[in-house]
Design a protein around this ligand. Structure first.
Ligand code: S3P
Length: 178
C-alpha cells in the first residue's frame, strides 16, 4: 500500500498543527491545517464562524473542507493533515475517513497537560471552563481511540512525537529528511 496521507487527530492543545508541520517537513510532504483551510475559504476566523452561527454551521463547513481534502488525497504527492479537535468525533467525518481508508493518528495527551497548554489560549470557542474542558475530553476520548494509531504526545517535544509517528509500521519505509 502506498501511503500518501496522514491525518492527525486529538483534543485541542495536543499539538496536531505543530507536530503536523514538523512531520510534513521531515517527509517533504505538504502540510494542511483543516481549520486554516476553513478560514481561508470562508474569509473568517473559526472564532468568528462560531460567534456568528454557533457550532452547527461550523461543523458543516468542517465536513465540506474535509471532503475536499480526502478527494484530493487520491492525487499524487504526500500530505499531512491536522484535523480540528472535534473533527474525528463527528460520525460523518469518521465515515468519510474510514471509507477512504485514511490512516489516522491520535496524539494522546493527558487532560491535565492539555489544560495547561490551552489555559493561555483565547482563540478556542469550545474552551469555556475547566469542568467543561474535562467533560468534553471524556466524551471524545472513545472516538479518538478509534484512530488507526495512538501515539503518546504528552510531556514530549514535537520532534519526539514526530519520531514516534515515523517509527509506525506503515511509515517506516518513507524517505525522511533529518
Ligand atoms: C474544536 C477545536 C478547534 C477548532 C474549533 C473546534 C473542537 O481546533 O476546530 O474551535 O471542537 O475541539 P483545535 O483542536 O486545533 O484547537
Amino acid at each position: 500500500m502506498v501511503v500518501n496521507s496522514i491525518f492527525l487527530v486529538g483534543f485541542m492543545g495536543c499539538g496536531k498543527s505543530t507536530v503536523g508541520q514538523q512531520l510534513a517537513r521531515r517527509l517533504a510532504w505538504r502540510f494542511i491545517d483543516l481549520d486554516e483551510q476553513i478560514e481561508k475559504t470562508e474569509g473568517r476566523t473559526i472564532a468568528e464562524i462560531f460567534a456568528q452561527g454557533g457550532e452547527a454551521p461550523f461543523r458543516r463547513l468542517e465536513n465540506e473542507a474535509l471532503r475536499k481534502i480526502v478527494e484530493e488525497s487520491a492525487r499524487p504527492g504526500g500530505r499531512v493533515i491536522a484535523l480540528g479537535g472535534g473533527t474525528f468525533v463527528q460520525p460523518a467525518n469518521q465515515e468519510l475517513l474510514q471509507r477512504a481508508r485514511a490512516i489516522t493518528v491520535w496524539l494522546e495527551c493527558p487532560v491535565e497537560e492539555l489544560l495547561l497548554r490551552c489555559a493561555l489560549m483565547t482563540n478556542r470557542p469550545l474552551f469555556r471552563d475547566e469542568s467543561n474542558f474535562r467533560a468534553l475530553y471524556e466524551l471524545r476520548a472513545p472516538y479518538y481511540r478509534q484512530a488507526t494509531f495512538t501515539v503518546p504526545a504528552g510531556n514530549s517535544t514535537p520532534d519526539e512525537v514526530v519520531d514516534r509517528i515515523l517509527s509506525l509500521k506503515p511509515f517506516q519505509g518513507l524517505v525522511c529528511c533529518t
